[in-house]
Design a protein around this ligand. Structure first.
Ligand SMILES: [Zn+2]
Length: 168
């Protein structure tokens, strides 16, 4: 069902699929695109202001892991590997939680959520994920943290820039 969204420039448009609108460039993510290829689009949703959090989305409109083409499968794992090593090398992120569900209202996308010290108050593993994201959304959207998050986006973008050339 179509959704009404407001663009950064104030215009309001109706889109069929929010993910397609984002990966096609109709909607610009805050902080900018981290990386994109013909198959994938990497960005951060700053509604959850956690430095180094990354969302890796497919550009094609599909939902399930077994729908990845051979080419996409190869690029997918290489890209995750690249993002993960840049998170470690440039942002000092030691552990990451990965989350992906096929019954999403967005299409195929992987959340890569860095694990920080403050998150341990919400426990471990999958049950901690929602409280962590909600805590970030509700309590960490101050200017200082948002600047740090935007800087994280820029640092990752610089790190991943050479991905395609080094992997092809
Ligand atoms: Zn779509």
């Amino acid at each position: 069902m179509p959704r009404q969204i407001t663009l950064a420039d104030g215009r309001s448009v109706e889109v069929e699929c929010l993910s397609c609108a984002l990966t096609s460039g109709l909607i610009a993510p805050t902080g900018g695109v981290i990386y994109e290829s013909s198959n994938f689009h990497v960005h951060q949703d700053v509604a959850y202001p956690i430095r180094g959090l990354v969302i890796l989305a497919s550009k094609r409109h599909f939902y399930c892991m077994d729908e990845l083409t051979d080419e996409e499968q190869f690029e997918y794992i290489s890209l995750i590997h690249k993002i993960r090593s840049e998170q470690r090398n440039r942002l000092g992120i030691e552990k990451v939680y990965y989350f992906y569900n096929e019954d999403t209202t967005h299409h195929f996308h992987l959340w890569m959520v860095p694990r920080y010290e403050w998150m341990y108050q919400f426990g471990n593993s999958v049950e901690s994920l929602r409280p962590v994201l909600l805590h970030a959304r509700n309590n960490m959207n101050d200017e200082e943290n948002m600047e740090s998050v935007i800087e994280g986006i820029r640092i990752l973008r610089e790190g991943i820039r050479d991905f395609e050339s080094s992997s092809r």
